[in-house]
Design a protein around this ligand. Structure first.
Ligand code: KIV
Length: 287
């Protein structure tokens, strides 16, 4: 395998400028990160979606900074070279600019992240500016922003009407002025994503269920491989049914243990005849 060079921010801007689509996936653990590293994924997001995909919560809101740091550290160990983004969890940046800078700094110092992501538009522009001024690259996130799903009326398409779409376009401009290096657009109409992408001058745009016109694509890893049993969103394409493979393997394991077919000699170890004879002698002397 050829050694992979660490992805840098200029590399990502070069790709965006050349029209070479950027690949991005979520990741939450070491083994998956090693696969994504081998596959040469450009950007990895340790998303607070781990609250749902890994921890079984019904939303992302209970996820803490400590949860995020622990998972981001594991992902960094598995993928030393992807551009690693730590997703700022609920209430880790909303309360104040200072809170936002301190928590963004934790992702960099404790988990080796390259950048952070936060949700929200113009209302979060001062948090973005503060984090960027502290020397930490920040990605914005507009459209369906799961931390506000209650206010947005659930996990549904955003920006369908002209006025909603206009707000998204204006929020994107506010984030760009505040200094984001990229904007994630989640679940907005393809045309809205195209407009935001065309207007972006100092940042690039990544689509999650927002069509092909962005500079790159993001998918939630668990959706790609049938690993989230509760639902499969329409925006996700299934690239392999790992969930079925795992379930079938678990059922076979249980069957083979019950039937005595596992383990066989190749799965365990024997001691030498001499050592066994000595052990037997010692045990009977003890009795
Ligand atoms: O937490 C996450 O994985 C995200 C995606 C939904 C973009 O923020």
């Amino acid at each position: 395998m050829t050694e992979r060079k660490k992805v840098s921010l200029p590399d990502l801007f070069d790709k965006a400028g050349r029209g070479d689509p950027i690949t991005m996936l979520t990741c939450y653990d070491f083994p998956t990160a090693t696969f994504q590293e081998q596959a040469g994924i450009d950007m990895i997001l340790v998303g607070d979606s781990l609250g749902m995909t890994m921890l079984g919560y019904d939303s992302t809101l209970p996820v803490t900074m400590d949860d995020m740091i622990r998972h981001a550290q594991a992902v960094r160990r598995g993928s030393p070279n992807a551009w690693l983004i730590g997703d700022m969890p609920y209430m880790s940046y909303q309360p104040s600019v200072e809170t936002a800078i301190r928590n963004a700094g934790r992702f960099m110092a404790e988990a080796g992240c390259d950048a952070v992501k936060l949700e929200g538009g113009a209302a979060m522009a001062d948090r973005v500016a503060g984090i960027a001024a502290a020397g930490i690259p920040v990605m914005g996130h507009l459209g369906l922003t799961p931390q506000s799903s209650s206010a947005l009326g659930g996990f549904r398409l955003q920006g369908k009407t002209a006025s909603q779409a206009r707000t998204i376009v204006e929020d994107a401009a506010a984030l760009e002025r505040a200094g984001v290096f990229a904007i994630l657009l989640e679940l907005v109409p393809d045309q809205v994503c195209e407009i935001v992408t065309e207007r972006a001058e100092t940042c690039f745009v990544i689509s999650l269920g927002a069509g092909p016109h962005a500079h790159g694509q993001l998918l939630i890893y668990h959706d790609m491989f049938g690993l989230y049993p509760k639902f499969k969103p329409r925006m996700a394409k299934v690239f392999g049914d790992a969930g079925s493979v795992i379930l079938e393997g678990l059922e076979r394991y249980a069957r083979e243990v019950r039937e005595g077919a596992f383990p066989t000699e190749e799965n365990y170890f024997a001691m030498s005849d001499e050592a066994l004879a000595e052990l037997t002698r010692e045990l009977s002397a003890d009795d």
